[in-house]
Design a binder for this molecule. Sequence first.
Ligand code: 16G
Ligand code: ZN
Length: 555
Amino acid sequence: MKIDYEQLSELYDKTCRTKNVQYSYGTAGFRTLAKNLDTVMFTTGILAILRSLKLQGQYVGVMITASHNPYQDNGVKIVEPDGSMLLATWEPYAMQLANTASFASNFEEFRAELTRLIEHEKIGLDTSIVPHIVVGRDSRESSPYLLRCLTSTMVSVFHAQVLDLGCVTTPQLHYITDLSNKREREGGSAEVATEQDYYSFFIGAFNELFSTYEIEKRLSVPRLFIDAANGIGGPQLKKLLTSKDWVVPPDQIEVINDKSDVPELLNFECGADYVKTNQRLPKGLSPSSHDSLYCSFDGDADRVVFYYVDSESQFHLLDGDKISTLFAKFLSKQLELAHLENSLRIGVVQTAYANGSSTNYIENTLRCPVSCTKTGVKHLHHEAATQYDIGIYFEANGHGTIIFSEKFHQVIKSELSRARGDMLALKTLDCFSKLINQTVGDALSDMLAVLATLAIMKMAPMDWDKEYTDLPNKLVKCIVPDRSIFQTIDQERKLQNPVGLQAKIDLVIAKYPMGRSFVRASGTEDAVRIYAECQDSSQLDQFCNEIVELVKASA
Ligand code: 16G
Ligand code: ZN
């Protein structure tokens, strides 16, 4: 391929209007005010092309979204050919390219940086490799324009093959990127992967599981209300619920906050982040009965939290920790029934934010191993995928999934073919491994998995909640002059710097029964986050304040 630099230069001048803004590619990609993103979109489009070229032209995904952020924001992230997050060593390239375009005084400076990157990564341009890209966007008003900035060079300069999915959820983009490459590997003539494949696959797994239990006769799902945060989850959910293969009766599930066509309503007083942070019902929801279950997606539908309201109108949150523990209990039981508890290793991956009661319950009641990783989906995902055959991971904020190992699939297949053990449990494990998105946390597929689990275990929302009781907890944000001085060790549970601060924090913690607290610099905001939990809710404010004061004094 020969890069037409003249054309690239023209597009560069036309597209990269935002200048002198410092961009950073964090755990969730680039994310900022939509009006400042043209330059970033341009350079991210080029980086995705280079990533595809580096990987022999495999499909690389690019998603335009700012998740749970307000409607004025937008963002972009790159997805690897197998549906995972961009390789960490490429994150600095994304940043270098964007910041060069932002601060360069002319195109030649940008061209020099691009050339340097191509040489550094030894990307051969003199081959016949055609780069392949899958693009998707959430429902934001700014997305169509930003998509044009992103793709402007792809076909004209780099002769790429671009599969545009239109409006999709983030997990749909991850799933379809992975599927597109699988189809290519099976022989290029196969049809291109579409959104429809996604629905067929997950509805298929759900129906298979339900028919295993003759569900229409013996099992029922709770009545469910889904708050779609006025984001892309709304229309996508409706496609699933109106699909001809969907078996749950239509009046069993209702979607609210589904106005994805009114831009300023996105994530406004609704959605997973709002409900989790404020521990209250979203706008537009008035509880009908205490048997009903409620859940909230975030704006791009990669997070979900559940909740219910008891007979005294009290709100109860069933967050990522509760979702993990529900799955851990259910799947441990199935492993036992299938007599596979000694052959397949099940475990739960959490971050420091997980409530201490959940960790205690998993380790001591369920007797399941627990790992703790740093915040950020890629850390949890990696641990779940490498340490366990059934690796359950959820952040407390509701992002998570379950990763099933290659060994898991082999063992289940072989046991099923030999018709050994408890066939119902084996089939349940088999169907469940398909029901949950293997590429990334997915509100839609997690929701199906929760519904199936509650139906099979015959649990009402209240039964789910009462497995353990959360310790009273609080998360606060503290603005400091320089958050980078707060450096952590031990998976963010302890501070290494500023020197001496951790020892002071430990002295405070020791005063509060069941006290636990940690301090970490945010990766997405210019702030330090302080988490505290203890047994007695009346002491919580004081406990938290003492830590805040220590942080302020050291900043
Ligand atoms: C990002 C992460 C999320 C994490 C959050 C922490 C991904 C896809 N998203 O949204 O997992 O919980 O950052 O934010 O990795 P913080 O560093 O500001 O506390
Ligand atoms: Zn999200």
